[in-house]
Design a protein around this ligand. Structure first.
Ligand SMILES: [Zn+2]
Length: 329
């Protein structure tokens, strides 16, 4: 119907001419610019005119987006297209087009890697796309996994946990767990899991450096601040309770805030006459250390869950096989 209306609007009499107009339009700057933004519309459009017809022109437009968009956006687009293609009847024309685009993307990323290496997040999204395509692409999966490990080694020590493990790799490991029937995903999970666990364990076992407070950053001689300075300079104390008059509360809180890289956690304790505050010395390093301990637990639990699922699967298999093995004569 759409083809007919295009034919009428443009005054063109045959289908081939309409297809030529569409293909010409697909080379247009605007089409290329907006291609990655509407996977669902592209999917409908391709289904309508047939992927075999539109494939080469579409591939050409996709090639043009490679230098213009981010890897994450391109991966997102391909994943949406892949999801759409597998939810309905699998169209072989579309599936081979997705494979071509994926190969194109991989070759683009690897060619660029020397000058413009992909970030850890981009590598994870690429890996996710490859794993979604099934059990193929083994050599690419291996190559990207080792690139992720390299990016871990190249990062500055403390940044690894805060900038790579916590926001990117641990969520990615959780995602990898969902690809249970994918062998590539499983071996990829084990390799990355081992590295993440070792890094976290190393930080958790490191002794904490002594806390050194800069008392001179408190520039006030009121009684509350002077008591606070004494507490901060006393290396034997890690916490102290302060009773602050209600009208002095704001000043005291502001003084604590000013302590720069070192921070104090304060807790309100119920008291009618004033505010009772428990001030704890916590350095940034201690906060990071605490995060490492929590993350190490998360990572350890992944393996526990994994072995639980494995045991369940084995026992399920056993349940299934029992009646077959002991059939009545
Ligand atoms: Zn003061």
């Amino acid at each position: 119907m759409i083809l007919c209306s295009i034919q009428r609007t443009l005054g063109i009499s045959d289908d081939n001419s309409v297809m030529n107009v569409i293909k010409k339009f697909m080379k247009h700057k605007l089409f290329v610019e907006q291609l990655l933004e509407a996977a669902d519309k592209i999917y409908e459009f391709g289904n309508f005119v047939s992927w075999t017809n539109i494939g080469p022109a579409f591939h050409e437009a996709f090639r043009l987006t490679l230098g213009q968009s981010t890897i994450t956006n391109i991966v997102k687009f391909l994943i949406s297209l892949l999801d759409l293609s597998t939810t309905t009847n699998k169209d072989e024309g579309l599936f081979s087009l997705i494979s071509c685009m994926l190969n194109e993307l991989l070759s683009f990323v690897f060619k660029q890697a020397a000058v413009n290496p992909p970030t850890t997040s981009e590598l994870c999204s690429l890996l996710n796309l490859l794993l979604k395509c099934g059990n193929g692409y083994l050599s690419s999966v291996k190559l990207i996994t080792s690139s992720i490990l390299e990016s871990l080694e190249c990062s500055r020590a403390i940044d690894v946990v805060e900038q790579l493990l916590q926001p990117i790799l641990i969520p990615f490991l959780l995602k990898l767990q969902s690809y249970r029937s994918n062998e590539n995903a499983q071996s990829c999970f084990l390799t990355l899991h081992e590295h993440c666990f070792n890094i976290l364990n190393q930080y958790c076992l490191e002794p904490l450096p002594p806390i050194i407070f800069k008392a001179q950053s408190i520039d006030c001689d009121c009684n509350d601040c002077q008591t606070l300075i004494l507490f901060l300079c006393d290396s034997t104390k890690s916490k102290q309770q302060f009773t602050i008059d209600k009208d002095r509360g704001t000043h005291f809180h502001e003084t604590i805030k000013k302590l720069g890289s070192l921070s104090c956690v304060y807790e309100h304790l119920t008291d009618d006459s004033g505010q009772k505050l428990l001030v704890l010395k916590i350095s940034d390093y201690e906060k990071k250390h605490r995060t490492c301990l929590l993350l190490r637990d998360v990572v350890l639990n992944m393996i526990k869950q994994k072995s639980y699922h494995l045991q369940r699967e084995l026992s399920e298999n056993f349940k299934c096989s029992s009646p077959k093995r002991f059939k009545q004569a």
